[in-house]
Structures are given as structure tokens and as C-alpha cells.
Write a protein that binds this ligand. Sequence first.
Ligand SMILES: Cc1cc2nc3c(=O)[nH]c(=O)nc-3n(C[C@H](O)[C@H](O)[C@H](O)COP(=O)(O)O)c2cc1C
Length: 165
Amino acid sequence: MRAVVVYESLWGSTAAVARAIAEGIGPQAQALCTDEASADVVAGADLVVAGAPLLGFTLPTDKMRDGIRTNPGRLPAPPDLSHPSLRSWLAALPSGNGRFAAFETRLRLSPGSATADIARGFERAGYRQVAEAQRFLVKGKYGPLRAGELDKARRWGAELVKAMA
Ligand SMILES: Cc1cc2nc3c(=O)[nH]c(=O)nc-3n(C[C@H](O)[C@H](O)[C@H](O)COP(=O)(O)O)c2cc1C
């Protein structure tokens, strides 16, 4: 099974979860940021897993990212805004007939969802969902991940392989 894990990550937690999910899927899976996950790479995959942080109760918008870029305030670490948003990546996703799974990183107690918009983007392009969306939790607004979340991500990756069988 060919699999890619695509992510948007400003402060690194979603990237770390994406790498752990890819490890859980196995050596054939790659974790790629949005500009690495080209249409060719994705077209060749049976399973596309995609994840992003929950920002402002939703999948980050380009307006939100511009706001962070132009008015960063007092940040503990500079955000990585060098890769396109997952929202714009999904808007440009060509039609496909593979399967998808979605995840988000977030605080424990927050309304809203990034995975609902991720699922809509894949479904618009014809992909079918293989497993329920998953959440991975951070301790504070800028991370880090809570203890055990990377193990949970590896286990989820392995579960996705079974769900594809
Ligand atoms: C500006 C901003 C808005 C956020 N909004 C939310 C939110 O609405 N709900 C939530 O659960 N977490 C929120 N968070 C926390 C992020 O979802 C969390 O830190 C995420 O893991 C960041 O992922 P990254 O390190 O991959 O960029 C917010 C963080 C920032 C900096």
C-alpha cells in the first residue's frame, strides 16, 4: 500500500504527529509538507492522511496565516509559514479515487474542528474516508504535544493500515 501523510504545521506539533503516523503506517509511508506533496505524489497513493492545527476553531485560513505573519505579537517561537496552507492544498487537489484520513492537533477543550473541512476537501475531490478523524492534544497554545500523543499517532498509523486491508 502506498501512503502519504500531508501536513500543515506552524510550530511543529502537527509535523511531529505526521511523522509518527507515517512511522506507524510503515517504511513505505512518507510525511510531507504541503509543497512537497505534489499532485503526482498524491495521485500515486492509495491512502492520503492529512492534518493541520486547529486555529481559531477551524482549519487555518490564509487570512489567519496572514494575520500571524503581519502581526505575530509575542510568540514563543517564529511560525513556519513557508509552506502553503492545507486549506489551499485541498482546494487545488485534483480528483482521485484513493482513501483518506484526517487529523488535527489542538487543545483538549475547544469548540470547532479542522478535520471537518479536511474531509470536505477530500470528498469534493472524490476520495473516500477510511477511518474516523483523530485528534492529538497539545499542552498550551503553541504546544508542546501532551505525553503519549506520538505513541497514539504511531498506533493510529498502524490502525489505518488494517482499515485499508
Ligand atoms: C493563534 C492560535 C489560535 C489557536 N486556536 C486554537 C483553537 O481554536 N482551538 C484549539 O484547540 N487550539 C488552538 N490553538 C492551539 C493549536 O491548535 C496548537 O498549538 C497546534 O498544535 C499547533 O500546531 P503546530 O505546532 O503544528 O503549528 C491555537 C493556537 C494559536 C497560536
